[in-house]
Ligand binder design. Structure first.
Ligand SMILES: Nc1nc2c(ncn2[C@@H]2O[C@H](COP(=O)(O)OP(=O)(O)OP(=O)(O)O)[C@@H](O)[C@H]2O)c(=O)[nH]1
Ligand SMILES: [Mg+2]
Length: 272
């Protein structure tokens, strides 16, 4: 089944669903603890890393959950199990130290990085810094189309920085992590055509993002690094810029289905 065409859909009662997702996440953490390795979540500010991880751990499906806003510190994807706390790290998009330095720290930890979940969102990054909002307005980013082009460009720059950190880690541990790109905020894609365009951009020859992935794989050795691209959606919400609004095209069942699909994909990679 191609999740870009037939969007996975869950139909479990909320509490059953939470149990299921927590169980997959718990198994993932156990695998990582057994191998003494970890997973790093990367991606630029506002793409949805924290909200996504909160849903992969099940926490996000608590009835009172609200997205927490801009992250300042690294976050851990723990489920209440002793000893597994450090297995997942989310690197905040906005960093007080130079980004490369922070990334290098995460990838230079004693525990090797087993996998990287890199989050992107096809130009729908939330802009939560009022100075940035003003800067964009003053610099001609006055339509949603321009906003998305601008943020897709920032995504490329961000991924180039992440690629450098992965190369360093691959050299140090003589093993490259698996790379999974989660194309988040799928609810904001208007049509199947738009989904397929995103799949090409991030996952096929000729796509600007995919070219960067190819360069990275070329450097670390294509056989050493697997690459996969999956759609994701952890939150359903309108997106607005300069008076233009995009309304979600997915519902809660698809959100559940996509999170389960992604959680299973991460678990499968940790099992190997
Ligand atoms: N429509 C929609 N909005 C989303 C989705 N996921 C997150 N958002 C929105 O995007 C905002 C940013 O998400 P975060 O998870 O905080 O982003 P982040 O990548 O952790 O950002 P930093 O902490 O700044 O690095 C959230 O507050 C939500 O408003 C999604 O799947 N769909
Ligand atoms: Mg965050």
């Amino acid at each position: 089944m191609d999740p870009w065409v037939t969007i996975p859909s869950g139909a479990l009662a909320a509490y059953r669903y939470r149990e299921e997702i927590r169980s997959i996440w718990g198994k993932t953490l156990e695998k990582l603890a057994g191998k003494k390795s970890n997973i790093v979540f990367t991606g630029m500010p506002g793409v949805g890393k924290t909200v996504l991880l909160d849903h992969l751990t099940g926490r996000g499906f608590d009835p009172n959950y609200l997205p927490p806003g801009r992250s300042v510190n690294a976050e851990r994807g723990k489920v209440n199990r002793r000893g597994n706390k450090m297995a997942i790290t989310v690197i905040p998009g906005q960093l007080s130290q130079p980004r490369l330095e922070h990334l290098a720290q995460a990838f230079n930890a004693k525990q090797p990085v087993d996998g990287v979940v890199h989050v992107v969102c096809n130009g729908f990054a939330a802009q939560r810094d009022p100075f940035q909002v003003e800067y964009l307005r003053e610099n001609g980013i006055d339509t949603l189309e321009k906003y998305r082009i601008h943020h897709r460009q920032r995504e490329l720059e961000d991924f180039a920085a992440v690629s450098s950190a992965i190369r360093v880690a691959a050299q140090k541990h003589r093993k490259a992590p698996w790379l999974l790109v989660a194309a988040d905020k799928l609810d904001l894609y208007g049509s199947e055509a738009e989904r397929l365009a995103a799949r090409r951009y991030y996952g096929s020859d000729g796509g600007d993002f995919f070219e960067l992935v190819n360069t990275l794989r070329h450097h670390v050795g294509t056989d050493n690094m697997t690459y996969d691209l999956l759609p994701a959606c952890a939150w359903i919400e309108d997106f607005e810029w300069a008076g233009e609004k995009v309304s979600p095209t997915l519902g809660n069942q698809e959100r559940q289905g996509l999170i389960l699909y992604l959680a299973n994909a991460i678990y499968e990679r940790c099992r190997q």
